[in-house]
Design a protein around this ligand. Structure first.
Ligand SMILES: [Zn+2]
Length: 181
C-alpha cells in the first residue's frame, strides 16, 4: 500500500495550484480554481449523508457535485475536498461519492480512509492557506491570547475565509496559532 502524502507535499501542491490559478487573496475563489482545472461544478439536492461527488466517468468532462442542501460553508468545504480528490488523483475513472454512512461502514478500507484524510487536509490548506493565515495574524499583531479572548478572532477569520468557525478553530489549532483550549 502506498504511503500517505505528507502535509508538506499537500501544501506544495496547493500552493502551486493557487499560483497557477492566480489566486492571491481571501476568500479563496474555488469556482475560479475549478474553472482553471476545467472541472464543471453542479449544486444538487442530494441525500443528507452525501456531501458531494467527483464524477470522472467522462474524463474529458470532469464534474463535481455538491449537496445544495448543506450550509454554505459546508458546501464550500465539500467543493475544496472534491478538488483535493481530483488534484491528488485519487479517482482514476468512474465516480467517487462522499457518503458519510457508506464510509463508516467501509471503515476497514485503509486506502479509502487515507484518501479521505488527504482530501480533507488538501481542503483545509486550500481554504485556509497556512502562510496567508500567518501573514494576517502577524500583520495584525494578533498572535496573543488576549486578542482571541476579546475579539473572537476565530469567528472573524472564519468569516474572512468563508469557512465554518469549527473548521477555522481546528485549522488554527493544528497550525498552533491559538493556545489549546
Ligand atoms: Zn472524499
Amino acid at each position: 500500500m502506498r504511503r500517505s502524502l505528507t502535509n508538506n507535499t499537500i501544501q506544495t501542491k496547493v500552493s502551486e495550484l493557487l499560483n497557477h490559478a492566480n489566486i492571491t487573496s481571501d476568500p479563496v475563489d474555488l469556482m475560479k480554481i475549478a474553472e482553471f482545472l476545467k472541472i464543471q461544478v453542479k449544486y444538487h439536492a442530494l441525500p443528507d449523508e452525501v456531501s458531494g461527488a467527483l464524477d470522472l466517468r467522462d474524463l474529458s468532462n470532469a464534474l463535481i457535485l455538491v449537496n445544495s442542501g448543506h450550509s454554505a460553508s459546508r458546501q464550500r468545504f465539500t467543493l475544496a475536498h472534491e478538488i483535493g480528490h481530483f488534484c491528488l488523483q485519487h479517482v482514476a475513472t468512474g465516480i467517487h461519492i462522499d457518503n458519510k454512512i457508506l464510509f463508516r461502514k467501509n471503515k476497514t478500507d485503509k486506502e479509502d480512509t487515507k484518501k479521505e484524510r488527504e482530501a480533507n487536509r488538501f481542503a483545509a490548506e486550500l481554504l485556509m492557506p497556512e502562510h496567508w493565515l500567518k501573514n494576517y495574524l502577524f500583520i495584525n499583531g494578533s498572535l496573543n491570547l488576549d486578542y482571541w479572548n476579546k475579539d473572537d478572532g476565530i469567528e472573524l477569520l472564519a468569516k474572512k475565509y468563508e469557512v465554518s468557525t469549527s473548521a477555522m478553530a481546528i485549522r488554527l489549532d493544528e497550525l498552533k496559532l491559538i493556545p489549546r483550549i
